[in-house]
Design a protein around this ligand. Structure first.
Ligand SMILES: O=P(O)(O)OC[C@H]1O[C@H](O)[C@H](O)[C@@H](O)[C@@H]1O
Length: 456
């Protein structure tokens, strides 16, 4: 498979590692709203316990309870199969990817981050369908030529109703327009044994890839769920997994000082439970990480938004934001209204392109401070200024700096957040892998469709 990654010699891992600066999470930087370092030190025993739990629960590869933490080791075995299906998808001009929540947020985030919405040569256009919107779907179908369109239905459970209904519409469209060859335009990614989509793939002999049974949707971007559409779009999926591998190795220690995922989890947990910081804003200063915020929101919210054994709520409300855009939208409230916020910024060291601000005499007179500056200088100044005022207002914050934006670094970022989320769940004493409350809503929606629901 052609990938950028294979065409260049891999950079040394250390040079490509993302950096995490947590200094502004502490009282020294933000005053009473932050943590004294001693409080983190006081959690050392608890962190060692949680680390031990994770180590135990991830033993056994894909059969482990925490199989999602083993994907960087296990998925390389499946890459040949994933890449073979991706190569077949690349014969199409358009690929409609149907899936919702964990079954599409990761792929959308990675694609936006690495392709900026552009299409690489010889790759299909990807169209993601998650929400049900008859008008949107109507217009999409009106634009597509079924002869040149493939459909990929992705659902871990294989029965999510939003995904099922839209897949049925697309399948019907393919059957009406392509007849018996409609089959050759369909791909399924789902549980290897169970669910409606798996039975269908079996009965109709459709191309299908498995999602490891013990990997839940929001932890599945590094399985065929994310990797198949991403590989079809020409994303360096091996680079993603290598980045996750580097992060996993880095996040293996039982102490916060040498395990960034454990440290992040501990700081969020302590700031929530001891300083009442109930909202965690993720604010990249990288436009193409906008959808990464949506992926983070599901990961954090569904994993941690639960009741603890003593009845108190676990988890902070994840709020995705985007610099510099949200300086002009949310910053006022961040600064002056609630006192219950903490922030994670994501910044970038090396942009792929330099664009200078071209000044003539009149514009130089209006903006003398822009003389000799490039666009990234402007963004960087805004990032530093915003972080400074947020710090001055007493909000704890950390900064993750990406050396560059490529598949390897993104793989690190994904792994870091997945690990931190699981550690945080265990610190709260809840199960970071389930989502029981969501299931009751699903059951009720079905009752409404059956006409059996009692509510309004
Ligand atoms: O992948 P699926 O089984 O279709 O599930 C899609 C989504 O459905 C549910 O609402 C769950 O709460 C999510 O965690 C999941 O990602």
């Amino acid at each position: 498979m052609h990938t950028e990654h294979k065409n260049k010699s891999p950079a040394p891992l250390s040079g490509k590692a993302l950096r995490i600066d947590t200094s502004a999470m502490y009282t020294g930087a933000v005053g009473a709203g932050g943590l004294p370092r001693a409080e983190l030190d006081g959690l050392a025993g608890e962190l060692a316990r949680v680390h031990e739990l994770v180590t135990r629960r991830r033993q056994g590869g894909l059969d482990a309870e925490y199989a999602s933490l083993n994907l960087h080791e296990e998925l390389p075995k499946s890459l040949t199969a994933i890449e073979a299906e991706a190569a077949r998808l690349r014969a199409f001009a358009d690929v409609v990817v149907i899936g919702i929540g964990g079954s599409n947020l990761g792929a959308m985030a990675v694609l936006q981050a690495l392709a900026h919405g552009d299409r690489k040569p010889d790759t299909p256009r990807l169209h993601f369908l998650d929400n049900i919107d008859p008008d949107f779907l109507h217009d999409l179908l009106a634009r597509l030529d079924s002869a040149r369109t493939a459909v990929v239905a992705i659902s871990k459970s294989g029965g999510t109703v939003e995904t099922a209904v839209q897949y049925l519409v697309l399948r019907d469209w393919l059957r009406r327009t392509r007849g018996p060859s409609a089959r050759d335009h369909q791909w399924i990614v789902t549980d290897p044994q169970q669910g409606w989509l798996r039975a269908l793939a079996r009965d109709e002999g459709l191309a299908a890839l498995p999602v490891p049974p013990r990997v839940g949707g929001r932890y599945s971007v590094l399985t065929a769920v994310g990797l198949l559409p991403l590989a079809a779009a020409g994303v360096d999926i091996r680079g993603l997994l290598e980045g996750a591998t580097a992060s996993a190795a880095r996040c293996d220690a039982p102490q916060a000082g040498t395990n960034p995922a454990l440290e992040m989890a501990a700081l969020y947990f302590l700031l929530h439970t001891r300083r009442n910081k109930r909202v965690s804003v993720l604010m990249p200063y990288i436009h193409s990480l906008r959808l990464f915020g949506d992926w983070y929101r599901q990961l954090w919210a569904e994993s941690l938004g639960k009741r603890r054994a003593d009845g108190t709520p676990a988890g902070t409300l994840p709020v995705p934001a985007l610099g510099a855009v949200d300086q002009h939208s949310q910053l006022q409230m961040y600064l002056e209204s609630p006192r219950d916020l903490m922030f994670a910024f994501i910044a970038l060291d090396a942009w792929a392109h330099r664009i200078d601000v071209p000044l003539d005499d009149a514009s130089r007179a209006a903006f003398p401070f822009l003389d000799g500056r490039a666009l990234h200088d402007v963004l960087d100044a805004e990032f530093r200024a915003t972080r400074q005022v947020i710090t001055d207002y007493g909000h704890p914050n950390l900064t993750i700096t990406l050396p560059q934006l490529d598949a390897h670094v993104l793989g690190q970022l994904i792994d870091l957040y997945q690990r931190a989320t699981i550690y945080a769940g265990l610190l709260y004493g809840i199960d970071p892998l389930d989502q029981p409350a969501v299931e009751s809503g699903k059951r009720l929606a079905i009752a409404h469709l059956r006409g059996e629901a009692k509510g309004p």
